[in-house]
Design a protein around this ligand. Structure first.
Ligand SMILES: *Cc1c(COP(=O)(O)O)cnc(C)c1O
Length: 388
């Protein structure tokens, strides 16, 4: 069956649930066993079955089945945040003396984890140019264990050549992990493009309503037991209500993404014609590094993109624009139904690649509001920007 059909059904079982469409929410710590023998048997295989609340409940399993189906993976593991999915995917594969490669465009807390926790454990990180492609092979050392990718970067939107990177990494037995949050595991098939593990902040589009903290680690059977054992051993575990909301969110993911995609492209086309804007950082637009790769490897785009403003605009002019927005509140995270905007400065967030633009940058999440209302609000915002 096709993806759209599969994700409506995966992880649900109305026949075993009085015919009720959605799965129940199990709140559980203790799981009781009918006999000493049953208890010992369950303990021998704690990465499968229902053994203790932290390891799995039917509620976390419902979400995990749905995410595995969405991503085209054998299995998925739910954890308590997107960042926990990232750290939980990296940590099982590194030890003191190892080395990992991380894209310079990675989500900032991912870099912070590498520069503090991994560094403290004696694991070295080298940042690389997101557009490096097969050139990654020159950076692979004998002790390199992971190439960490994020396509596109969720602030600056360079689209990485994942198949080329994966081929170079696999030639040297190096694992490839992708942060697949932007594509929501829907517009990009990580596994068909050569990744070994796909992590997502389910906090974003899978949850879809700005009310859930959750991460997912999708992988095939060969890596499942190792990662699951490590993750529960570190005490990672996703809360039952959040798992429920996320499995519910998946059912409407394609419908919601279609509106976000449409509004973002209409908005970016409108912004492209504005004299205040010098560059559109949206993978579907030619200005964006990796636009051709996006056309080749992705089947669509979400609502998140950035723009660069003319360098004549000061920070206080940008503040005058943003402080007065009606439909674009400022706030981190994204992937909910609502539009958002934040100012950012890529200059300070780069380790190995220079940022070419001097002008201030804005990251926009196009929500599901009416596009005319959104454009009218932006138009008034530009008037404030020019007046300040
Ligand atoms: C938000 C985000 C994360 C982290 O997710 P949390 O659930 O907030 O921990 C990781 N990667 C990307 C690309 C994100 O946007």
């Amino acid at each position: 069956m096709k993806k759209e059909t599969r994700i409506l059904h995966a992880g649900r079982n109305p026949k075993d649930n009085f015919g009720i469409v959605n799965p129940p929410v199990y709140h559980a710590s203790t799981v009781t066993f009918p006999s000493v023998d049953a208890m010992h048997k369950a303990g021998q295989n704690p990465t499968e079955g229902i053994y203790y609340g932290r390891m799995a409940t039917p509620t976390s399993q419902a979400l995990e089945e749905a995410v595995a189906s969405l991503e085209g993976a054998d299995r998925a593991i739910a954890v308590q945040s997107g960042l926990a999915a990232i750290t939980g995917a990296i940590l099982p594969f590194v030890k003191t003396g190892d080395h990992i490669l991380v894209t310079d465009s990675a989500y900032f807390p991912t870099k912070k984890f590498c520069d503090t926790v991994l560094k403290g454990f004696g694991v070295e990180t080298t940042y690389y140019d997101p557009m490096i492609g097969s050139g990654i092979s020159a950076l692979i050392q004998d002790n390199t264990k992971i190439v960490f990718t994020e396509a596109p970067g969720s602030l600056t939107f360079e689209v990485q050549d994942i198949p080329a990177i994966a081929k170079a990494a696999h030639d040297r037995d190096v694992l490839v992990i992708i942060d697949n949050t932007w594509a929501a595991g829907y517009f990009f098939n990580a596994f068909e493009n050569g990744c070994d593990i796909s992590v997502q902040a389910a906090t974003k589009y899978i949850g879809g309503h700005s009310d859930v903290m959750l991460g997912t680690i999708a992988l095939h059977d060969d890596l499942y037991k190792k990662v699951k054992t490590y993750v529960y051993g570190m005490g990672y575990c996703a809360a039952p209500d959040d798992c429920y909301l996320a499995q519910r969110g998946i059912r409407t993911l394609p419908a919601r993404l279609a509106i976000h995609q449409d509004n973002a492209i209409k908005m970016a086309n409108w912004l492209k014609e504005r004299p205040e804007v010098t560059r559109i950082l949206h993978p579907a637009f030619e200005d964006c590094p990796g636009h051709e790769i996006w056309k080749r490897d992705f089947s669509g785009a979400c609502g998140l993109f950035s723009i660069v403003l003319d360098e004549k605009y000061t920070d206080s002019a940008v503040a005058a624009m943003l402080d007065g927005m009606e439909l674009f509140p400022m706030g981190y995270s994204w992937g909910g139904y609502e539009s958002l905007i934040i100012p950012f400065n890529p200059q300070g967030a780069r380790q190995v690649t220079a940022w070419p633009d001097k002008g201030p940058c804005l990251r926009i999440h196009a929500g599901q509001e009416n596009i005319e209302d959104l454009l009218a609000d932006l138009e008034k915002g530009f008037a404030r920007l020019n007046k300040a």
